[in-house]
Design a protein around this ligand. Sequence first.
Ligand SMILES: *Cc1c(COP(=O)(O)O)cnc(C)c1O
Length: 378
Amino acid sequence: MNLRPKHYVGLLDRYRDRLPVTPDMRIISLVEGNTPLIPLEKLSREAGHEVQIFAKFEGLNPTGSFKDRGMTMAVTQAVHEGTRAIICASTGNTSAAAAAYAARAGVRAFVLIPEGKIALGKLAQAMIQGAVVVQIEGNFDDGMRIVKEMADAAPIAIVNSINPYRLQGQKTAAFEIVDELGRAPDYHCIPVGNAGNISAYWVGFSEYAGIKPRTAACGFCAEVCRFPQPAVTDSRPIMLGYQAAGSAPFVRGGPVEHPETVATAIRIGNPQSWDLAWAAVRESGGWVDECTDEEILQVQKLLAEREGVFCEPASAIAVGGLLRDIARGKIKPGSLITCTLTGHGLKDPDTAIKQSHSGVLRIPAQTDAVKRAILERM
Ligand SMILES: *Cc1c(COP(=O)(O)O)cnc(C)c1O
């Protein structure tokens, strides 16, 4: 299809010089990326200390989460290698993205999801997009173990974030942030589940600063990295990762056997990118902390009510952890801070409705009655 020359056609095209994209590849894209960096003006003001907080709203990707960034790259590569099927374990969003890009590419997607505990919107996406949805009697970590064993036995591409192409695609979010701000932020806050995304952002921020992340931070993606490239900025942010208290292996210092949290997207006890994530946190001088489910839901509501930004619970944790760290004086005054809001609130309508205490007014279909109800609440 012929489009205007400057028309945005997706992140593999925009950042192809910095990605393992070759001219002979058939690019599988849904025009993902290029998501807005939304200033959180009220929350910044209320947080005080002259901080400026921006939300990178990844919920506005085609399937409603950042997983699209990694999936366009991973599926493009898989198709290039001649793969006819892809597989992943998922807490929901990876399966939604895998299903969409598989549909686009014309390959089959198999997705393993945990029993119960998957947000309704994500399940709907995987189902209507024609993936084979396998619900296992276990959690995400069980699914991940099975997928790894399966891939050795069958000619099928794993598209979880242990696939180095996923992280390559995901690192472009860091590029976009720097391109938008004209500099790197002082801090970047991000939810941590399987820990692929925090690792990818660190690779992205590092590459843009002209620094090759230490082997530990690049490691397995070394062979697919296109480095060095010209530096775009001279600094990197401090990386702050946040986990749900019931599934916080990075805070506990080791795997959590029965992870639990309302933030189902990060209900993961045995993160696959353990070393990469630690490298990102340590090299940047950052930290990992936890938030309770109560805090997570409270901040999800705060973002929706005060800023009009509706993200899923797992995403809200980035802002929740940050606001607490600002209040505790752990963030330098005057800082420029970005937070990744990883997924859209519409993914999980049940949780949103459950915590909307105001509910829905029921009144007769009469103008007088409606008028009275409104005036009482002005
Ligand atoms: C996948 C996901 C995460 C966690 O990302 P990791 O790379 O697994 O750490 C967080 N939030 C949402 C909405 C997700 O879909």
